[in-house]
Design a protein around this ligand. Structure first.
Ligand SMILES: C[S@@+](CC[C@H](N)C(=O)[O-])C[C@H]1O[C@@H](n2cnc3c(N)ncnc32)[C@H](O)[C@@H]1O
Length: 277
């Protein structure tokens, strides 16, 4: 029985975990990340009463095992907060949604929050929609949010946050308007939750060849991937978008021409990428 997290990986185990993480998440670690791997995987040994990293390697190699789900959740970095970077939400509010609904209020609008983490991005989008559309039931607007981690998807779909989490990015007014208090936690109101669905998806896996999204936010994940996986990611995102659909990536991320599929646009200081029709 493991009683502490001080196990050290052999070089061979380190290489195997690096390869495993790459195959299952696309995240590119190298041997300099030994400390990160040991500090995040050590608690998993403890949780599943495993005696060694060799045993953990055997468990995670079983497809769909709970140990492998725990490993993916431990390695992926879930940092996020409401209205992160502000600009993309202004773009949504003042440009993207008015462009889509301006001429036809009955238009179907599908928005994706890809790599959504614990849901703050998707719920921020829903708050923007509520602010400009007032009655969400009168419009055919839906948000689909997905992430590779089971644990984070299950947390996101609950829509329940701590005081610290709601304070990150939300005014008192927004907290009052969009949350119900549940004990010392805050739960997103049903009206906002009703337009969002959460599901598990690895953005590097082949996607259904059905383009349906008008807008995809895929922010703060590209930088974890090496060049070849970025190409797969952008190809997948392009195939999920309708012609002229819009992709918004993170403030420190770039989509250069070599990936094709998109043209860069700027509106009121916000950069976005439009799918080539
Ligand atoms: C730093 S968070 C970004 C959350 C949010 N998009 C934002 O900008 O605030 C990165 C998220 O990407 C997810 N992720 C990592 N690799 C992924 C993959 N291959 N497919 C889908 N999601 C992935 C992680 O689980 C994590 O929740």
């Amino acid at each position: 029985m493991v009683t502490n997290h001080t196990h050290t990986m052999t070089d061979r185990e380190l290489d195997s975990f690096i390869g495993h993480v790459k195959v299952h998440t696309g995240i590119n670690l190298d041997v300099s990340k030994r400390y990160l791997l040991e500090s995040r995987l050590g608690p998993i040994l403890h949780k599943f009463s495993l005696n060694s990293y060799a045993e953990l390697l055997r468990c995670v190699s079983v497809s769909g095992s709970i140990e492998n789900q725990a490993l993916i959740s431990a390695i992926t970095t879930n940092e996020t907060y409401f209205f992160r970077d502000d600009h993309p939400f202004d773009l949504l509010k003042y440009k993207l949604i008015p462009d889509l609904l301006g001429e036809n209020e009955n238009a179907v609008v599908e928005i994706a929050s890809a790599a959504c983490s614990s849901g703050q991005e998707a719920y921020s989008m829903a708050m923007v929609l509520k602010e400009i559309l007032f009655d969400l039931t009168k419009f055919k607007v839906q948000i689909k949010a997905f992430d590779i981690s089971d644990e984070i998807i299950s947390a996101a779909s609950k829509g329940e946050y701590s005081n610290f989490e709601v304070q990150r990015g939300l005014s008192t007014e927004k907290i009052r308007c969009y949350f119900d208090c549940v004990g010392d936690r805050y739960q997103i109101k049903p009206e906002l939750r009703s337009i969002i669905s959460f599901s598990k998806q690895n953005l590097l896996n082949p996607v259904e060849p059905v383009a349906k999204f008008n807008i995809i936010f895929c922010r703060n994940v590209v930088n974890y991937f090496e060049e070849s996986d970025r190409a797969i990611l952008f190809k997948n995102l392009a195939s999920m978008l309708l012609p002229k659909g819009v992709l918004v990536i993170g403030a420190t991320e770039f989509l250069n021409n070599q990936f094709g599929h998109f043209v860069k646009k700027v509106d009121r200081g916000s950069v976005y990428y439009e799918k080539v029709a």
